[in-house]
Design a protein around this ligand. Structure first.
Ligand SMILES: CC(C)(COP(=O)(O)OP(=O)(O)OC[C@H]1O[C@@H](n2cnc3c(N)ncnc32)[C@H](O)[C@@H]1OP(=O)(O)O)[C@@H](O)C(=O)NCCC(=O)NCCS
Length: 182
């Protein structure tokens, strides 16, 4: 099992024991607005979502859960997705439990998984996209070494409405400085 460490976190693939935290995460209003993970009506659905995240066999995603190193409690979810091994590119998405926000969980997860993607998976580019209205996500991107590259017009379909929003495109390449400029 892949296991990554950051200053404050351990990252490992999802396990069914994460279901209660995953249920809370998927039903959080900000997650539903900015990075919905599908309907999650109960703990069984949350456990199934964790099992799906742990199944990397298709080769198109690598999903980790960040946990507190002391308690093992799940704090966040980060996924390298749309992995294309021919072009050696992928995208990255993330979500943090409301109680764990504002203390660097997202930026540490994104930085660690991106570094792993370059060093262990041989990728040459990871792309990060967020609605221009998602200011916290923009801060995460910049802090984790994903420079702003442009704005994709009308790229985000706002869940549950006909509204569309523009998206920032950020990218990081091997050799770009990551978290803390390293
Ligand atoms: C976006 C999200 C992942 C951030 O997680 P986090 O662990 O709190 O992120 P970090 O602590 O690493 O950094 C958060 C940054 O956003 C800033 N921030 C938080 N809320 C903000 C707001 N409303 N406006 C502007 N900046 C905001 C914080 O100040 C911090 O930046 P700073 O350290 O430069 O001051 C989390 O809020 C979340 O899960 N949101 C819902 C899902 C989501 O938006 N996912 C990303 C989709 S692209």
């Amino acid at each position: 099992m892949e296991r990554l460490e950051t200053a404050d976190l351990v990252l490992r693939p999802p396990v069914e024991e994460d279901a209660a935290a995953a249920y809370e995460l998927l039903n959080d209003p900000d997650v539903k607005l900015w990075n919905p993970g599908g309907e999650c009506p109960d703990l069984d659905a949350a456990a199934a979502w964790c099992r799906s995240g742990a199944d990397w066999s298709g080769g198109t995603h690598a999903t980790f859960h960040a946990v507190d190193p002391d308690t093992g409690a799940m704090l966040g979810n980060v996924s390298l997705f749309a992995i294309d091994t021919d072009d050696r590119v992928a995208k990255i998405g993330y979500r943090v439990l409301p109680s764990a926000r504002g203390r660097g969980v997202a930026r540490q997860m994104v930085d660690a998984v991106t570094t792993w993607a370059f060093e262990s998976r041989g990728l040459m580019r990871v792309q990060l996209e967020h609605s221009v209205l998602n200011l916290a996500s923009c801060r995460v991107a910049e802090a984790a070494g994903f420079g702003y590259e442009g704005t994709a017009r009308s790229a985000y379909a706002v869940p549950g409405s006909d509204d569309r929003e523009d998206c920032h495109i950020h990218g990081r390449l091997p050799g770009d400085p990551g978290l803390g400029g390293i």
